[in-house]
Design a binder for this molecule. Structure first.
Ligand SMILES: Cc1cc2nc3c(=O)[nH]c(=O)nc-3n(C[C@H](O)[C@H](O)[C@H](O)COP(=O)(O)O)c2cc1C
Length: 457
């Protein structure tokens, strides 16, 4: 019997996900705007047979604390994700291409077109990470001072998803017949106009692009809240997990998949990808020493600001070398709940402010080790049903990415838990996800079957 296979996605940011990545020797000035640079990175990922390349996004640039952010410019100079993925589609042939787009700031019609186009251009390799956004800088670019409350954002996301998927079903798969003899370019019976009026959106129209090759691009989510998990159980096909250890990951996996049957869904049709930062070395000590060096490059002001942003309160009045009083944890979070909880956990453990600044990575699990040690961990998580695969963040690229591709991937392949080569050509095929049937085609088939049943008595 073939062993269960790992899925691997990676979140790519120009220099890597470490706050001081741009300060390392290998970081090339100008890389964030250099398409040749990103093509090379995507090709390294494809050489590693990853399921997908992923771009995180928020439609905003930070506009406060600029002197501090100037020392850690992540997300301050970024190519627009769909534009970048379109270029990467041409530089690769198999790897999935996924990006975040916010349901709080897009209109469903625009987004449906963009992702349908990316899916056509890439021949079925697109994925959409649905987020509701988690910072007020974005709100200010779109006519508001603050983000709408959490529950309202999720209610809007749900309706957004319904409108977008309905628009992707505008055309049945075989609607465009290109029949020169009859003079019909498309079959009018296979075009369906959406007439939607809900709490947030009113859309009366049809999408002006044929159904995406994958039916729908793969739906990705990362919400860690109750509402986020319910939404994922109803709609997501890949979820980025944020567990801190294997026990928590097993519980999350069970919890999320356990919520799916009530939405009529098969738990195999959602892949849980555990988040992990990975640094490969000759051994764990050597890899950790490299990481510690990068941590030492983070300016103290940057450390404090990253904490302030994610715990949603300013702690800079506190002494650096004393534990942070537990009553400084805000009563609730409105941004990234998982990051908030990570810092709150450190405060509850009694860590000093300096220790929190140095240890907080925005990644729930950081693994250092030899290729075998890293493969051991990944295999254990897979076999214990802590995940179906990993969403890996590499702290400094290209080096930590290349190390993983060259040293860890062959070990996973030798163990029979990761593909030697791609067997399919779409992102759905890589992840083992079914292609959603067009709702109108399905309804017609059902009506025909019902009619036949009646005729047969
Ligand atoms: C791997 C990963 C990638 C994420 N990418 C984004 C992103 O690109 N943009 C964004 O606004 N949030 C991103 N998030 C944050 C989640 O979507 C976030 O948890 C959510 O917006 C808040 O919902 P929650 O309160 O249900 O957790 C990401 C989270 C993870 C774990």
């Amino acid at each position: 019997m073939t062993k269960k296979q790992l899925a691997i996605g990676t979140l790519i940011e120009a220099y890597g996900l470490h706050a001081a990545a741009w300060l390392t020797e290998e970081a090339e000035p100008g890389a964030p705007n250099d398409i040749a640079y990103f093509k090379n990175i995507a090709q390294i990922c494809e050489k590693g047979k990853f399921d997908f390349y992923f771009i995180a996004d928020t439609p905003a640039c930070r506009t406060t604390d600029i002197e501090t952010w100037a020392r850690s410019p992540m997300y301050m100079n970024q190519l627009e994700p769909i534009t970048l993925l379109t270029a990467l589609a041409d530089a690769t042939s198999k790897i999935g291409l996924a990006a975040t787009a916010s349901t709080t700031f897009y209109e469903p019609y625009n987004l449906a077109r963009l992702y349908a186009s990316l899916d056509h251009i890439s021949n079925g390799r697109a994925g959409w990470n649905i987020v509701t956004s988690a910072n007020d800088f974005a709100a200010r670019n779109f006519g508001a001072d603050r983000l709408p409350p959490h529950n309202k954002r999720y209610a809007k996301a749900r309706e957004f998803y319904q409108v977008v998927t309905a628009l992707w079903d505008t055309w049945e798969d075989d609607a465009f017949v290109y029949d020169k003899e009859s003079g019909l370019n498309f079959d009018p019976a296979k075009m369906h106009v959406l007439d939607h009026e809900g709490e947030f959106f009113k859309v009366n129209g049809a999408l002006n692009i044929a159904r995406p090759p994958q039916g729908y691009p793969v739906i990705v989510e990362a919400g860690a809240s109750e509402t986020g998990k319910e939404f994922a159980a109803e709609t997501a096909e890949a979820v980025f997990g944020v567990a801190t250890d294997i026990e928590e990951a097993v519980a999350f996996y069970k919890d999320l998949k356990g919520r799916m049957p009530k939405f009529g869904r098969n738990p195999d049709h959602l892949k849980v990808l555990a988040g992990a930062t990975i640094v490969v070395g000759d051994n764990a000590e050597e890899a950790k020493a490299r990481f510690d060096h990068w941590q030492s490059l983070i300016h103290p002001d940057v450390g404090l600001l990253r904490i302030k942003q994610d715990i949603e309160t300013d702690l800079s009045d506190l002494p650096l070398d004393e534990p942070v009083p537990v009553d400084r944890i805000p009563a609730e979070s409105n941004h990234h709940r998982a990051y908030f909880e990570e810092i709150a956990g450190m405060i509850r453990k009694g860590l000093t402010l300096r220790q929190i600044c140095q240890q907080y990575t925005r990644s729930k699990v950081t693994i250092f080790g030899s290729p075998e040690e890293i493969a051991d961990m990944m295999q254990e998580w897979l076999e214990r049903e802590a995940c179906d695969g990993f969403m890996i963040t590499f702290p400094v690229i290209p080096s930590t990415l290349s190390d993983f591709v060259e040293k860890v991937v062959p070990v996973l392949q030798a163990r029979g838990i990761f593909r030697e080569d791609y067997t399919g050509s779409t992102l759905r095929e890589h992840l083992g996800l079914p292609r959603p049937e067009n709702r109108y085609t399905a309804a017609r088939a059902k009506a025909a079957a019902d009619e036949k049943a009646v005729a047969n008595g």
